[in-house]
Write a protein that binds this ligand. Structure first.
Ligand SMILES: NC(=O)c1ccc[n+]([C@@H]2O[C@H](COP(=O)([O-])OP(=O)(O)OC[C@H]3O[C@@H](n4cnc5c(N)ncnc54)[C@H](OP(=O)(O)O)[C@@H]3O)[C@@H](O)[C@H]2O)c1
Length: 265
């Protein structure tokens, strides 16, 4: 793909953080953008800040944990713009609670938001992409999709599950003109820790120190766009925390020692 000009790009989690930054980067390249998240007023704010003209964007608010309407929403996008070129499954919610304290209801919610939402939305979009013999599905996983970590048992499990599902899907659709990009951010400065679900089911409501001093959402979004344009299959984005992925792969015992010494925050 040489540019995003006139590409129809659907971004979930577009009301904040990485998704908001993706909207700005895609708008700079004159893409047609569908913005989704729960908070409609925030989506309107983002569309305004991105200077999108009426014919170039569509706001589709919905809750990722409610998959009942995704087929209709996909149809609405195609009725408006004629096709869907890129779906970016970005919306998500992290966790800050020990496994023992996390009720099974919360575990299921974390899977609905971080795993099933991406699967269901992708399946709603796939028939249109297959018909066009063209399309890219982008999935924002995490380095927590590469190794487990304190206070993130269900979040990490849901992110790991994304890899199994979307690596399989890639094999099934790549000879039909479609591609899949898995993105694993490390630490990015967003509200992800504030919005993380705690053991009570409420928001954690604290900014983790490691996120406070992390890469900007804008830089992360620019690297995601580069991954899309360069037709990558998987990219890692972040700072020195990414080393852990390589250390786990090549020196698993050393990884075990290092990971135990890290702060959960
Ligand atoms: N920041 C990091 O360090 C980091 C690292 C690795 C992976 N990630 C991943 O990056 C993605 C974006 O997170 P972020 O860092 O940008 O965090 P964020 O600022 O908290 O943004 C999360 C976005 O997801 C949306 N969202 C959350 N729950 C939703 C629901 N039930 N239904 C619909 N939309 C929902 C939120 O919108 P509403 O509240 O308006 O619904 C918001 O737009 C997530 O998948 C996250 O797991 C982030």
């Amino acid at each position: 793909m040489s540019s995003l000009q006139n590409k129809v790009i659907w971004i979930t989690g577009a009301s904040s953080g990485i998704g908001e930054a993706l909207v700005y980067e895609c708008a700079k390249q004159n893409a047609k953008i569908i913005l989704s998240a729960r908070r409609e007023s925030e989506l309107v704010r983002v569309a305004k800040s991105a200077n999108l003209t009426t014919s170039n964007f569509l706001i589709l608010p919905f809750d990722l944990s409610d998959t009942s309407q995704v087929k209709e929403l996909a149809q609405q996008v195609v009725s408006t713009f004629g096709r869907i070129d890129i779906l970016i499954n970005n919306g998500g919610q992290s966790q800050r609670a020990e496994a023992i304290d996390t009720p099974s209801e919360t575990e299921r919610t974390l899977f609905e938001i971080n795993y099933f939402s991406a699967v269901n939305l992708s399946k709603a979009v796939l028939p249109f992409m297959l018909k066009n013999k063209s399309g890219k599905i982008v999935v924002i996983s995490s380095i927590a999709g590469k190794f487990g970590f304190y206070l993130r048992s269900s979040y990490s499990a849901a992110k790991h599950a994304l890899h199994g599902y979307f690596e399989s899907l890639r094999l099934e659709v790549e000879n039909k003109g479609l591609s899949v990009l898995l993105v694993c951010p490390g630490k990015v400065k967003t509200n992800v820790s504030l919005n993380a679900i705690s053991s009570s089911g409420d928001s954690h409501n604290k900014m983790d120190e490691s996120h406070e001093n992390a890469m900007s959402a804008q830089e992360c979004a620019q690297q995601i766009i580069a991954g899309i344009l360069n037709d990558k299959e998987e990219i890692l984005i972040g700072g020195k925390e990414l080393l852990a992925v390589k250390i786990k792969r090549f020196f698993p015992k050393l990884f075990g020692k290092i990971i135990r010494k890290q702060s959960p925050y």
